[in-house]
Design a protein around this ligand. Structure first.
Ligand SMILES: Nc1ncnc2c1ncn2[C@@H]1O[C@H](COP(=O)(O)OP(=O)(O)OP(=O)(O)O)[C@@H](O)[C@H]1O
Ligand SMILES: [Mg+2]
Length: 303
């Protein structure tokens, strides 16, 4: 839910404006713009390779924008890793990125104790306040009993929660979650949805990348759809589900709307399409996409 704690003319928690990122000859993001308000949960969706993780990397200062800008609370994007804490930004990786041989507690202490990203420091002196914060976060996610267990020995859903705990322990104001539901079963996804709602309810803004349509529909206030680095649609989950341009982007062929025919047009939905009727022309950019929305595997072990 969006909170109203800021003045109306305050900058949004996250503002991505005209963001263009290139890798050599590849334009990964092309003039991407969207905002995330205080306490708002926005889902960034799109086919594989659409540019979703690149948006996260740009927000964290890991890739340089060729054009455009990223602002967090009105200030230029922080630089990972040291600038993120001060800017109130935290993220999970598309892969887990845990230190398998460190305990759960030590993993969660990493962002608090290692300003330079040197995880081994967590094995040395520990600030009691940091330990208290880490234990409190683990407790909140039902991980307290696993604090002393090496992270690498845990089942995948537990490791996924440890990664979430590591992102939450800094009490972020902007939380970036890259495929948080990937590889989880229905019960764990429900639990995750509850956590995301709680976090947003406390005023934290959440930007999440996800392929699970039901999860997105459950937790997102708004959805932004990327395809080949372009924003092709945005709106509420329901508006986006009904957008034929979105269906077409995922399937790569002209397709009818995802659900029943749209009776009310696309009012309130910003899309690249200027027509309310289903598109009939083929996709103009790139080769046909054949992956359906939910076929992405659970490996995703790259950051
Ligand atoms: N560091 C990099 N160097 C070169 N190309 C890159 C780099 N990072 C990403 N890309 C390319 O940029 C495009 C967007 O990649 P990105 O990882 O942002 O996609 P994504 O939407 O997160 O995909 P997925 O759903 O598979 O995670 C892809 O074509 C990818 O190969
Ligand atoms: Mg990605």
């Amino acid at each position: 839910m969006t909170t109203t704690s800021k003045a109306a003319d305050s900058p949004p928690r996250l503002e991505v404006s005209g963001l263009t990122v290139t890798f050599g000859g590849l334009t990964a993001l092309d003039d991407v713009s969207f905002t995330v308000a205080d306490g708002e949960t926005v889902a960034l969706i799109g086919p594989n390779g659409a540019g979703k993780t690149t948006v996260f990397n740009a927000v964290c200062g890991l890739v340089r924008a060729r054009r455009g800008r990223v602002r967090v609370d009105g200030a230029p994007a922080p630089s990972a890793p040291t600038g993120l804490l001060g800017a109130g930004v935290s993220r999970t990786l598309q892969g887990l990125g845990l230190f398998d041989r460190l305990t759960v507690l030590e993993n969660v202490l990493v962002p608090l104790t290692s300003t330079g990203g040197r995880a081994r420091r967590v094995a040395g002196r520990r600030d009691p306040d940091d330990v208290g914060a880490a234990r409190e976060t683990l407790d909140g996610l039902g991980l307290a009993d696993l604090a002393a267990v090496p992270a690498g020995t845990l089942p995948y859903p537990d490791r996924k929660r440890v990664a979430l705990a590591r992102a939450l322990v800094t009490r972020p104001r902007l939380l970036l979650l890259d495929e948080p539901a990937g590889g989880l079963g229905a019960a764990d996804i429900d639990r995750l949805a509850g956590t995301v709602r709680d976090v947003a309810g406390d005023g934290c803004s959440v930007l999440l990348v996800e392929h699970h349509v039901d999860f997105v529909t459950d937790v997102a206030d708004r959805v932004v759809v990327l395809d080949f680095g372009h924003v092709i649609a945005s709106g509420t989950p329901e508006q986006v589900r009904r957008d034929p341009a979105v269906e077409e982007a995922y399937l790569g062929v002209p397709a009818p709307p995802l659900v029943e025919p749209v009776e009310t047009g696309s009012a309130g939905v910003s899309t690249s399409s200027t027509s309310d009727s289903p598109r009939v022309e083929p996709v103009e950019t790139g080769s046909p996409r054949v992956e359906p929305v939910e076929t992405k595997g659970t490996s995703g072990e790259t950051a």
